[in-house]
Design a protein around this ligand. Structure first.
Ligand SMILES: [Zn+2]
Length: 384
């Protein structure tokens, strides 16, 4: 067994700060007991990990990742056409960078060649030190539609066939891309590239096997189809109108916020040249619309969209959109675990020991998450 001693901890589903906490980890990698101030005498073979004044909290979960897509690299979008070997190597590197930065779990929303499925299974078997993963296999878009990540399909039977192929590979999610990523240049018409019937087909195939669905969507008619047809998660929602927000609330659809794509200036040099110009042109309006969505309090999680190891940037941006720091942090811990049905995300007895430590309480300053001094994954020390 291991005993982690820390100056403070963010405990329970409310991430409440408590001073002088010790956490006992069982040999099978679970949180066995949490001691508040006094630790009783323990067997002599318990390994004591004294973190001094550090703050411990649950490992983070990036709720919108792509393994072989790495937004830290210039020209990364075009690299989705690389060979399988190159993509596999990149995927292992990006996921292991995530883990070293305290991202102990992730949801991967579209990769090629079922690399995500293979890595998920290897991590589960203990063959690789990577974050635990839920994955979507091949992302599906309209044949004429947006996205560097997804593959194009046309007609219900083509979508059904690919949905079933993903499910044959035991994906945890089915992912579709219904709109472009950028808002319209003129007017408010947001084109959509998957029909209502195609959305319904994918949702029904997923439901048949108890698998969840997620959709890349910025707003408009595509958003309405997704909400009404029972898509579980809407990713991005940059261009959601008041009417779209009402639909999200009415149908209880979970929103996966990825604010960094529009708000993080550091990401722009990694994208095609015209991309930065479009982001600058629409950023203020995207921020205004996302702030309205935050204000409406939908069920939500937060993701980086492939900015590996830098998920904390998105937490900063969530507070700029009006969310409290504690709610933002819940979006990558407790809410994420709940959405994915994983026994992590909360420091409490019985949970898997995915635990990280930072110099300060991240709720006072998220930048302390940029270099966690301790990362434990499934009870195993990764960074110490
Ligand atoms: Zn994405």
């Amino acid at each position: 067994m291991k005993l982690i001693k820390a100056g403070s901890a963010l405990l329970g589903a409310e991430l409440k700060e408590e001073k002088n906490v010790s956490i006992l980890i069982s040999d099978d990698g679970n949180i066995k007991e949490i001691f508040h101030s006094n630790v009783p005498s323990l067997p002599s073979d318990v390994e004591v990990i004294d973190l001094g004044g550090k703050c411990v909290l649950p490992g983070l979960v990036d709720c919108h990742a792509h393994l072989a897509l790495d937004a830290r690299i210039p020209g990364h979008l075009l690299m989705m056409d690389d060979s399988e070997t190159k993509q596999t190597i990149r995927a292992i590197k990006s996921a292991s960078d995530d883990l070293k930065k305290g991202i102990t779990g992730l949801r991967s929303l579209g990769d090629r060649y079922y690399i995500d499925v293979e890595l998920r299974d290897m991590e589960r078997k203990g063959d690789l030190d990577l974050p635990w993963m839920q994955v979507a296999g091949i992302g599906m878009k309209g044949l004429h539609g947006h996205g560097y990540v997804g593959k194009g399909f046309s007609g219900c039977e083509e979508f059904r066939r690919q949905a079933r192929e993903n499910l044959f590979h035991h994906t945890d999610w089915l992912k579709i891309f219904i709109t472009a990523g950028q808002p319209p240049v003129k007017g408010d018409h947001v084109p959509w590239f998957i029909s209502r019937e195609e959305v319904r087909t994918v949702v029904s195939e997923a439901k048949a096997l108890g698998v969840k669905t997620s959709c890349h969507c910025i707003g408009g008619t595509g958003l309405r189809y997704c909400a009404e047809e029972g898509i579980d998660v809407l990713d991005h929602c940059y261009w959601a109108t008041e009417e779209d927000i009402d639909l999200i609330i009415k149908h209880g659809t979970t929103v996966c916020f990825t604010p960094g794509v529009f708000m993080d200036e550091e990401r722009l040099p990694m994208c095609p040249p015209d991309h930065a110009e479009k982001v600058h042109r629409t950023r203020d309006e995207v921020v205004r619309r996302l702030s309205k969505l935050v204000e409406a309090k939908p069920a939500f999680v937060v993701g980086s969209d492939a900015y590996h190891g830098l998920l904390w940037h998105d937490l900063v941006f969530m507070t700029k959109l009006g969310m409290s720091p504690v709610d933002a942090l819940k979006g990558v811990t407790v809410n994420a675990a709940r959405l994915m049905g994983e026994n992590v995300g909360v420091l409490e007895e019985g949970r898997i020991a995915d635990i990280i430590a930072t110099d300060k309480n991240p709720l006072d300053d998220f930048s302390t998450l940029s270099s966690p001094s301790f990362v434990m994954h499934r009870g195993k020390k990764i960074v110490f």
